[in-house]
Design a protein around this ligand. Structure first.
Ligand SMILES: C[S@@+](CC[C@H](N)C(=O)[O-])C[C@H]1O[C@@H](n2cnc3c(N)ncnc32)[C@H](O)[C@@H]1O
Length: 269
């Protein structure tokens, strides 16, 4: 299967990227302009071109235009709560084994960054339900998710956002994978994880080690095995002539990840 060329159209989101790789997320609208310190770009000059084209500003500046990747969008979208960084999203998708067709429950939704990645990974045949305690965070996540799916046929029906406190338990059963990105997941383990199928994976994302200890203890006490704790450190490199070295800056600490698999039940072996 090949993908046909798709010139940029009015109504879609693009990234303008300058020579210092600063990124500007813009929705193309007929007759509108993009203003920056580098000058003005008329959207009409961009509509109809291919992504990957250079665009000149009125001051002679040069930017490049691309459709944003999901990771670009996750970092640029409005935040109610801190989003999970792409390097950690990537680890979650693999280590929590989010597969096409999976039924995934998540809490809390926050800004919806991880939710978007989960929805994409489970595909049309899967299902994602995301719980969020705070109405304002729920509303922001919904806005971000609707904006991402604008022009893509709208938010899929198999992605559901709910306002609710996960400590009170969840309505769903037969869950394959559960992801908890919230401050005190240990209080949810036991009640909500009853909904996980045997062999199901629980994945928790936490910023500090005391939280990790408490969560791992709760998982051990509540019928999980193969518990694994790790973090991901992403070091980018500068490759330019003789200058071949790690970049001077990197994102230091974001969070720790814990995964564990649910046992089948009380066993006396
Ligand atoms: C760090 S944010 C999640 C960010 C999200 N993963 C993202 O990538 O955008 C944590 C969220 O958990 C929510 N939360 C905290 N306790 C909760 C609970 N008991 N039930 C549901 N959501 C909860 C908070 O309101 C907050 O929005």
């Amino acid at each position: 299967m090949t993908t046909a060329r798709r010139p940029l159209v009015a109504g879609e989101r693009v990234l303008f990227i300058d020579s210092r790789e600063r990124r500007y997320l813009v929705t193309l609208r007929t007759g509108k302009q993009f203003h920056s310190h580098m000058g003005i770009i008329n959207h009409d000059d961009v509509i109809g071109t291919d992504e990957g084209s250079y665009v000149r500003t009125t001051k002679g500046g040069r930017l490049i235009v691309f459709r944003p990747t999901l990771a670009d969008y996750q970092l640029k979208m409005k935040r109610g709560a801190q989003v999970i960084y792409p390097k950690d999203v990537a680890m979650i998708l693999v280590e929590a084994d989010i597969f096409p067709g999976a039924f995934v429950v998540e809490a809390g939704t926050g800004s919806g960054a991880l939710t978007l990645a989960l929805a994409r990974a489970v595909g049309d045949s899967g299902r994602v339900v995301s719980y969020e305690l705070r109405e304002d965070h729920h509303a922001q996540a919904l806005e971000n998710i609707d904006a991402w799916y604008e022009g893509l046929g709208g938010k899929p029906e198999n992605l559901e956002l709910k306002v609710g406190d996960i400590f009170g338990g969840i309505e769903e059963t037969g869950v394959d994978r559960m992801i908890l990105d919230m401050p005190e997941p240990w209080d949810a383990i036991g009640t909500t994880t009853e909904s996980l199928l045997p062999g199901g994976i629980l994945c928790c994302y936490l910023p500090s080690i005391p939280q990790v200890s408490q969560t791992v203890e709760a998982m051990r006490a509540r019928g999980f095995d193969l518990i694994s704790t790790f973090e991901s450190l992403l070091r980018t490199w500068n490759i330019d002539g003789q200058s071949v070295r790690p970049d001077h800056r990197m994102v230091g600490h974001t969070g720790f990840l814990i995964t564990g698999r649910k046992l089948a039940g009380a066993q006396d072996l």
